[in-house]
Design a protein around this ligand. Structure first.
Ligand SMILES: O=C(O)/C=C/c1cccc(O)c1
Length: 526
C-alpha cells in the first residue's frame, strides 16, 4: 500500500457525523478521548428521518451535554394510538410527561434540528474535530497496530491511524463491509413515502402518534413541532403519490380547501427494513447505529437504538484507551447491545404487522397481529412503558439465578431530581450529581466491605435516603429487593446485593478489569 504523505495519529476516528457519530464523539470527549469525525456531507443531512426519542435516550443526550438545547426543540407526545381505516380508535397507549428517567416518555423533534444542536456542541468541544465533505475509502487493521482510515477530500488522499474506529456510517456502511459483517434479515421490507410538512392550517390532531391500521393504505401521522407534521404512507406498487395525491391522503387530518399554506418541507421514499449485522466489532473497529441495525420506525426506536450504542460503548472504550482497562471490556459492547437492539426491532415488526396485516391485507391475520401488538409489554401502558429490555447477563451484568435484586440487574436506574449538597446547595438531576464514574447506591450506610469495592472502582458511594429525592430511589431498591446496587457509568445496574455484604466480593473481582491494565482472568460467569 502506498502511504499518503498526509497522515496523522488520532485516538478515535468516527466515520459519520449523524446523531449517533456526533453523540459518540461528545460522550468520548467528556472522558477526555479525542476524536476526528469524518463526514461525507458538508451540512446536516436534509431528508426526513428520526422524529422521536424515549425518556431513557433523552438521558443519553443529557450525558452528551445537550439536554437543555434538546428540550428547546422537543415536544412531549401523549402516546400512541392505533386507528382503523375510518380513523376510529382501536387502542390507545398513553405516555406520561415525567417518565422514570426524568423526561417525557416520548418526545418528538425534527432530526435536522437535533443535528444542528449536536453539531454546535461538537464545534464547542476541543477534543472533537469534524472534517466534512470527505469520502472514507478504506478502513484496515492488522492484528497489532493502529486502524488505518483512508479518506479523500478536495486536496487529495489522507491517512489517519487510530486506536479505534467507530463506524456510524449508516445503512450502506463501508465500515460494516470492512469488518466483513453481513446482515441478518429479520423479515420486514416495505416501501413507504415520508412527508414532512409545515402548515398554519388547522390540523385534526392528537398530541401523539397515530398509526392507521388499514391494510389497503397503512399510514402514520404525528405532530413534530408547533407547525410541523409528519405523514408516512405505505406505497402501493412502489408508485410515489403525485403532489395532488398527497393532498388527498392528508385530507382526513387537514382541510386544504381552507387555505393554501401547506408546505412540503421534505419528502423521501424509504424501504423500511428489519436487519441486524451478524457482527458489530472486529478488533478495534465497531459498528453503531444504522450500520449495525435497521428497524421499521413504527415504535419510534430507530435512532434510540443508535444512541444507546454510543452510550454503551463510550465509557468502555474510554476506560480501555485512557485507563488501561482490559481489552475484553470491549467484547461486552456487542454482547449487550445486539440482543437489546434485536428485541426492539422485533417489537417494531410486530407493530408493522398490526398496521398492515402483512402485505396481502388478510383481515384475520391483521386482527391477530393487532391483538398481539396491544399485548406487547411496555408498549401498552404508561406505567409499564419500558420498551427497553434488561441487558442480558454477562461480565458487566451480574445477574445470578437467585441473587438479590436480580430484577434490577441489567436495567437502568431511575433518575429523580435530587439535592446537591455543599456551599451552593441546589436541585439537580441524579446523573448530573453522579458524574461519569461508577456508583454504589445503598439503602443503608455501607459496610466496610462495600466501601472497599467502591474505592477499588473509583466509585462514589451514595446513600439513597441522603439524596433529597422524592423517595423514589429508596422505593426502587426496596421493590427490587436490593440493599445496594453497583451502577456502571451508563447507569446500568451491574450488580445488586442484599444485606449479606460478602456478596460484594463478586463486585470486587471486577475492579481490576475495569480500572487497571493488570487484569485477572475473566470468570466464565459472575
Ligand atoms: O410509543 C410511542 O410513544 C411512540 C411511538 C412512535 C414514535 C415515532 C414514530 C412512530 O411511528 C411511533
Amino acid at each position: 500500500m502506498t502511504v499518503p504523505h498526509n497522515s496523522a495519529d488520532v485516538p478515535v476516528v468516527i466515520v459519520g457525523a449523524g446523531p449517533v457519530g456526533v453523540t459518540a464523539a461528545l460522550l468520548l470527549a467528556r472522558r477526555g478521548v479525542r476524536t476526528v469525525v469524518l463526514e461525507r456531507h458538508h451540512g446536516v443531512y436534509p431528508l426526513p428521518r428520526a422524529v422521536a426519542t424515549d425518556d431513557e435516550v433523552r438521558r443519553i443526550l443529557q450525558a452528551a451535554g445537550v439536554e437543555a438545547e434538546f428540550a428547546a426543540i422537543a415536544r412531549p407526545a401523549r402516546g400512541l394510538r392505533l386507528l382503523d381505516a375510518r380513523h376510529r380508535v382501536l387502542a390507545e397507549f398513553p405516555r406520561t410527561a415525567q417518565g422514570a428517567h426524568g423526561f417525557p416518555q416520548t418526545s418528538m423533534f425534527d432530526q435536522p434540528e437535533l443535528e444542528r444542536v449536536l453539531r454546535e456542541a461538537l464545534a464547542g468541544t476541543p477534543e472533537c474535530e469534524l472534517r466534512g465533505g470527505v469520502e472514507v475509502v478504506g478502513v484496515e487493521q492488522d492484528d497489532d497496530g493502529p486502524v488505518r482510515v483512508t479518506y479523500r477530500d478536495d486536496t487529495g488522499e489522507h491517512l489517519l491511524r487510530a486506536d479505534a474506529v467507530l463506524g456510524c456510517d449508516g445503512a450502506n456502511s463501508l465500515t460494516r463491509e470492512a469488518i466483513g459483517a453481513d446482515w441478518e434479515d429479520l423479515r420486514f421490507e416495505e416501501r413507504w413515502t415520508v412527508v414532512d410538512v409545515r402548515t398554519s392550517l388547522p390540523v385534526r390532531c392528537w398530541e401523539g402518534v397515530e398509526q392507521i391500521c388499514d391494510p389497503r393504505r397503512p399510514a402514520t401521522f404525528m405532530r413534530v413541532g408547533e407547525d410541523r407534521y409528519r405523514w408516512e404512507f405505505r406505497l402501493r406498487d412502489d408508485a410515489e403519490p403525485a403532489d395532488e395525491q398527497v393532498r388527498e391522503l392528508v385530507a382526513p387530518w387537514v382541510d386544504l380547501t381552507h387555505g393554501s399554506d401547506f408546505e412540503v418541507l421534505r419528502r423521501a421514499q424509504y424501504t423500511f427494513r428489519a436487519r441486524i449485522a451478524d457482527r458489530w466489532r472486529r478488533g478495534r473497529v465497531f459498528l453503531l447505529g444504522d450500520a449495525a441495525h435497521l428497524t421499521p420506525p413504527f415504535i419510534g426506536q430507530g435512532l434510540c437504538a443508535g444512541l444507546r450504542d454510543a452510550h454503551n460503548l463510550a465509557w468502555k472504550l474510554a476506560a480501555v484507551l485512557r485507563q488501561g482497562a482490559d481489552e475484553r471490556l470491549l467484547d461486552t459492547y456487542e454482547s449487550e447491545r445486539r440482543p437489546h437492539a434485536r428485541h426492539l426491532i422485533r417489537l417494531a415488526v410486530a407493530m408493522g404487522w398490526a398496521m398492515t396485516g402483512g402485505q396481502d391485507g388478510a383481515a384475520a391475520l391483521r386482527r391477530r397481529a393487532l391483538n398481539a401488538a396491544v399485548r406487547i409489554p411496555g408498549l401498552t401502558t404508561a406505567a409499564a412503558r419500558d420498551l427497553s429490555p434488561a441487558l442480558t447477563a454477562g461480565p458487566l451484568v451480574c445477574r445470578r439465578p437467585h441473587g438479590a435484586g436480580r430484577r434490577l440487574v441489567g436495567r437502568i436506574c431511575p433518575q429523580p431530581w435530587v439535592t446537591a449538597a455543599g456551599p451552593r446547595e441546589h436541585r439537580t438531576r441524579l446523573d448530573t450529581l453522579l458524574g461519569d464514574s461508577f456508583t454504589v447506591l445503598t439503602a443503608e450506610p455501607p459496610p466496610p466491605s462495600l466501601q472497599a469495592v467502591a474505592d477499588a472502582l473509583g466509585a462514589r458511594t451514595v446513600l439513597a435516603t441522603d439524596l433529597g429525592d422524592d423517595g423514589r430511589l429508596a422505593a426502587w431498591l426496596r421493590a427490587g429487593r436490593a440493599d445496594a446496587v453497583l451502577l456502571r457509568p451508563d447507569r446500568v445496574v451491574m450488580d445488586a446485593v442484599s444485606r449479606g455484604a460478602h456478596a460484594f466480593t463478586a463486585m470486587a473481582s471486577w475492579a481490576p478489569l475495569l480500572c487497571t491494565a493488570r487484569t485477572p482472568p475473566l470468570p466464565e460467569a459472575c
